[in-house]
Design a protein around this ligand. Structure first.
Ligand SMILES: Cc1ncc(COP(=O)(O)O)c(C=O)c1O
Length: 454
């Protein structure tokens, strides 16, 4: 789909930028060092600025516009809902809220049939942890070092990546462990099977030494996202499920990023034939058109709160506009076979295309992923696997990745960059031609990264 791009209007862009710089305080940023692009519009897989530059979005926003920008059916559903009932308090039964919950529960695995709605992913994680703690009467939660679970208090403490450090209380009841990652194995493994066995043994050792009766939950991203899209080896998640059952620990899968089609299934858990006790979601549930997240709860944990009140809530839990957007998004994904298309892109276009790039570019150490959820691990040297930039590099140390990003943008591609990786995470409904256009731009950008290899 070729989007309509408005005529350039640099003056309007300058005014947007000036007000932003004067008054908007941005996430995760040194406010004086950033230069946010003023966005004039977006449609499908593209967005554009006020100077006439159009970009193919290989980031899906923050990996959430799974059906692209401005899908007309979802926009119309939000408009229609606004005209009918723009808002209503969470204590009431409201048609779109009921319908969104029904459609989500129908797609979640196993008996995850009750939905607690939140405004986003971090709140979903906070509430999943609260439910697990109340259900078990235990306090500790185990999470993986290579992970991201959100920026609120418990969620950021559960997070493994350096965004945690500034807010780490060290006493939030969180214990971190190493999940499998063969390319940079913490267990010196040489095969997927070894990595799986050793990671499970390490997890069980951690539980033994922490005290099984103190542990409420283990939380894992089904496929870790921002931390590097590390598909777990066969058997790992089933092994974690078995460990949780053995010790009475609640198993939480965080599908905030991996859910709603991104891996080529409705939920990534389906690839591994595993059913958690609680599952968090957000982002793709309505492509982020209106903030929405939630926890899908199994029958046993839901029953804990049958006679006993659940001590948690949010003014906008199940907001009608967000739920209308979810109902329309899920309908569009069914009608347009978006999940199947994401799987097809991964198997036949994006996956093979990225592997072909890896053959020609010495800076690519590993290609991994599925569906429209891929990472390129960039290295200085394929033999030593030294990352192209050090862990958590900033400023001059991160220059190779900045150069790659600039080259991608020059070629009309907006890339996802995190540490020494670029992720290829287009919309689930991107066309084959759009994905090929992105691959061509990445090809050019990787030639710049290659200059830093040795
Ligand atoms: C796996 C995962 N969990 C939780 C979150 C937090 O979601 P939110 O930013 O909506 O609070 C994210 C956000 O990227 C995520 O990727």
């Amino acid at each position: 789909m070729t989007p309509h791009v408005a005529a350039p209007d640099p003056q309007a862009g300058a005014a947007v930028k000036a007000a932003d710089r004067a008054h908007v305080f941005h996430s995760w940023s040194a406010q004086g060092l950033i230069d946010p692009l003023a966005v004039a519009g977006a449609e499908g897989s593209y967005f554009w600025d006020y100077d006439g530059n159009r970009y193919l979005d290989f980031t899906s926003g923050l990996v959430y516009t799974n059906i692209g920008y401005q899908h007309p059916k979802v926009v119309a559903a939000i408009q229609e809902q606004a005209g009918k009932l723009a808002t209503f308090a969470p204590a009431f039964a409201v048609d779109v809220r009921s319908e969104a919950a029904r459609l989500i529960a129908e797609r979640t695995p196993g008996d995850l049939d009750k939905i607690f709605f939140t405004n986003g992913g971090a709140e979903a994680v906070e509430n999943a942890v609260r439910m697990a703690r109340l259900h078990t009467g235990r306090h500790k939660v185990l999470s993986a070092f290579r992970s991201y679970h959100g920026a609120t208090s418990t969620a950021i403490n559960l997070t493994g990546d350096p965004r945690r450090w500034a807010s780490d209380t060290g006493s939030a009841g969180v214990v971190r462990f190493w999940a499998p990652f063969l390319y940079r194995s913490p267990f010196y493994s040489e095969t997927e099977q070894q990595e799986c066995e050793r990671a499970l043994a390490h997890l069980e050792d951690t539980i033994a030494f922490e005290g099984p009766a103190t542990i409420a939950a283990i939380i894992l991203e089904t496929v870790p996202g921002t931390a590097g899209i590390m598909t777990p080896p066969p058997g790992y998640l089933a092994g974690v499920r078995a460990i949780c059952d053995k010790y009475g620990i609640v198993f939480v899968l965080d599908e905030v990023m991996a859910g709603f089609g991104r891996t080529g299934k409705w939920f990534a858990a389906e690839h591994f034939d595993v059913v958690p006790d609680l599952m968090t979601f957000a982002k793709g549930v309505n492509s982020g058109y209106v903030p929405l997240g939630g926890v899908a709860i199994n029958a046993e944990i839901a029953a804990t709160f049958d006679k006993r009140p659940y001590p948690g809530g949010l003014t906008y839990s199940g907001h009608p506009l967000a739920c209308a957007a979810a109902v329309a998004t899920i309908q569009v994904m069914e009608d347009e076979k978006v999940v199947e298309h994401a799987a097809h892109l991964g198997e036949n276009v994006l996956g093979p295309g990225l592997r072909e790039l890896a053959e020609r570019h010495p800076s690519v150490g590993e290609v991994r992923g599925m569906g429209v959820f891929w990472a390129l691990e960039l290295v200085r040297n394929r033999e030593t696997r030294e990352p192209l930039v050090p862990y958590n590099a900033a400023g001059e140390a991160a220059a190779p990745m900045a150069a790659l990003g600039a080259a991608a943008k020059k070629n009309g591609l907006w890339p996802f960059i995190n540490m020494n990786r670029t992720h290829a995470v287009p919309a689930c409904n991107a066309s084959e031609a759009e994905v090929k256009e992105g691959l061509a731009a990445l090809d050019a950008a990787l030639s710049v990264a290659d200059e830093y290899t040795a």
